[in-house]
Design a protein around this ligand. Structure first.
Ligand SMILES: [Fe+2]
Length: 338
């Protein structure tokens, strides 16, 4: 599996971290997370160097982790601070630690060389702080699918007509060509479906009486974060590409964490430019996204299962695959740079 190590990944939503030990797995590495009494989050290798019991099976005592087997205790810096029954603490008694940063209620972890970590590169959108927008956290959706296939799906506007017929797509989009721009760091794929009935999502949140112009812009940030800017505006307005703010506009953000060669987690959230004060709108959008993302999950898990069967066939490549193909090439390059 091609993993890009020098990157910030989501370890958890802030609210997932209460006053207990949490075990997570990223790129096959088991990590234990906990929040100290001062609010700071620590991330340690989840394996006691003594008998290999995961430290997450132990407990938190005075902001340190006590192993659940013989009580060896590790501070948030990974160093052993106590070995019951002996005074001498050998130099080898430590566990690996990871850098953690918490921003906008998201817990980020750096999986690579610590010297290369730059907190300025942590993903954020200007709209996170913009009062005209409302950000709303959704779920942590577990996929039995490798993260690359899921990321491809998130730079692929063409699938919505077929996979999400009641929420994000409708048949009017089936033959509309996908535009792609791969000139910058962010891979972009988009299309407009002009003068068509609103899809289920915008029937619910748009209050439209006639046809609409609908856009889907997929922005894939390397290595595994997607922002999908989609919305609708009455076709009478004939809005231009740069006038999307005039419509009902939603950003769906997918923060992918590679778990293993066959699993990942998609923490998704959304931002909206309508009814920003009404929390019920956020919750109903969640409900509609859950329908849609479960449809993606079903497909991507079936694909993963099928890919585990060997095949000598080379996949057929289509015009709509341009953005996913560029994504794969970039991932290979970035993964090889370690
Ligand atoms: Fe989808």
């Amino acid at each position: 599996m091609d993993y890009v190590r020098d990157a910030w990944y989501v370890a958890s939503w802030s609210h997932e971290l209460k006053d207990r030990l949490i075990r997570i797995t990223i790129m096959g590495e088991n990590i234990v997370l906990f929040r100290s009494s001062d609010g700071i989050i620590s991330a340690l290798e989840d394996r006691c160097p003594h008998k290999s019991l995961p430290l997450s099976r132990g407990r938190i005592i005075d902001d340190a982790i006590q192993c659940g087997y013989h009580g060896m205790t590790f501070g948030s810096d990974g160093k052993c601070i106590r070995i019951p029954g002996q005074d001498n603490i050998p130099e080898t008694a430590f566990v690996k630690t990871y850098l953690i940063v918490e921003e906008y209620n998201i817990v980020w972890i750096w999986m690579g060389n610590k010297e290369k970590a730059d907190t300025n590169n942590i993903f954020k959108l200007p709209q996170f702080d913009d009062p005209a927008w409302k950000a709303h956290q959704g779920d942590a959706l577990y996929f039995k699918s490798n993260y690359l296939n899921v990321a491809e799906n998130l730079v692929d506007p063409a699938h919505v007509s077929f996979v999400h017929p009641t929420t994000l797509g409708n048949p009017e989009g089936e033959n509309v060509k996908v535009e792609v721009d791969t000139s910058g760091d962010i891979i972009t794929a988009w299309r407009w479906i002009r003068n068509a009935p609103p899809v289920g999502f915008f029937q619910s949140f748009g209050n439209f009486s006639g046809n609409v112009d609908r856009w889907h812009y997929y922005y894939l940030h390397m290595p595994s974060i997607a922002v999908i800017d989609f919305g609708s505006a009455s076709s009478d307005l004939k809005i231009k590409e740069e006038e999307r703010h005039k419509g009902v506009r939603v950003f769906a953000i997918h923060l992918l964490t590679p778990v293993s060669e066959t699993e990942c987690i998609d923490r998704w959230m959304h931002l909206r430019n309508i009814q920003t004060e009404n929390d019920e709108v956020g919750a109903s959008m969640d409900a509609m996204f859950r329908i849609a993302f479960d449809e993606d999950k079903e497909i991507l898990e079936a694909i993963q299962e099928e890919e585990l069967n060997s095949s000598s066939r080379k996949p057929v490549r289509l015009a709509i695959d341009k953005a996913p193909n560029v994504y794969r090439i970039r991932i290979k390059k970035m993964a090889a740079n370690h």
